[in-house]
Design a protein around this ligand. Structure first.
Ligand code: THG
Length: 268
């Protein structure tokens, strides 16, 4: 199974998308849906961000799902903390989607895992609870174990559970980067078959100077895949980042080497 690329760009934190959501202008969302698909994305993450007030989120979310599906056949990650908005979106998804995300709080896990069963969706499980994100990998892995147990209880197959040990910006939370790598390795040993793993990769370089953000993303992606990362919410239009993903698959023996392996990966 090749490394999965989840395109991050349809997110209201980007001003073009935030403005488009407020104006109900489909063009920027459709532009980025097509562009990320061309870059190599396997799924598209949809996050309305802070642009839309809470009471309008479900309707806005349905609009996002519809306009993106008009131009792209890619499956979607519904990225929201508002589960009514996610459920509204799930009703419209043409392909099995992934709910992004749930933390290890029992009430939330009940709602989300039941919803996943009802709509044949996958789930991203965050290794945190209402008290926040732990530093130590032991605590992250303990939350991962709770997510695995709940998925099992509600009948979600391990291949549909994506555990996210939560990478934070290295400029303000440097010590987390190594703990996340250790967590990835241990999460892959929690169950057989193992749950999948995912990160919001670009978090690592957030608010670092622009001349080093690409380098941070590319280097951390290679390290994380080496440790056990199966999927990343990432910039699908950084060609060298996508090439790093392809190269890891060669060096880990998951794709067969040919001098032209980059072209093979890009055309797949
Ligand atoms: N885990 C899960 N889901 C997530 C995240 C995660 N969803 C949201 C986020 N984190 C992943 N998506 C992004 C999208 C953009 C950026 C970071 C993560 C980002 N962008 C640029 C920046 O700030 O430097 C540009 C922003 C701008 O232009 O305004 O950082 O961790 N499950």
């Amino acid at each position: 199974m090749t490394m999965l690329i989840f395109g991050e760009r349809i997110n209201g934190m980007y001003t073009d998308i935030g403005d488009a959501l407020k104006a109900k202008d489909p063009k920027p969302l459709q532009f980025w849906a097509t562009k990320q698909e061309e870059g190599g994305a396997h799924y598209l993450d949809l996050n309305s961000g802070p642009a839309i007030p809470k009471e309008e989120r479900a309707e806005a979310y349905q609009w996002m799902v519809n306009v993106v599906q008009e131009v792209s056949e890619l499956p979607l990650l519904l990225d929201s903390t508002n589960y009514d908005a996610i459920e509204a979106g799930l009703k419209l998804c043409k392909k099995p989607a992934i709910i992004n995300s749930v933390d290890a709080t029992p009430e939330k896990m009940e709602r989300v895992f039941k919803m996943a069963a009802d709509y044949n969706a996958g789930v991203v499980g965050l290794t945190m609870d209402k008290k926040g994100i732990p530093l130590d990998h032991e605590l992250r892995v303990a939350f991962a174990m709770e997510l695995v147990a709940a998925a099992d209880e509600y009948g979600l197959p391990m291949e549909d559970l994506y555990i996210d040990p939560l990478i934070l910006p290295v400029n303000v939370a440097q010590e987390h980067a190594l703990q996340v790598l250790k967590s990835l390795a241990q999460i892959k040993m929690l169950a057989d078959p193992a749950p999948r793993t995912v990160l919001g990769l670009t978090n690592v370089s957030q608010k670092s100077p622009h001349n080093i953000t690409n380098l941070l993303n590319r280097t951390y992606l290679a390290m994380a895949i080496g440790a056990g990362l199966d999927a990343a919410i990432m910039n699908a239009n950084d060609e060298e980042l996508v090439d790093v993903a392809a190269t890891t698959q060669i060096l880990l023996g998951r794709s067969i080497y040919a001098d032209s392996y980059l072209n093979v990966f890009r055309q797949r």
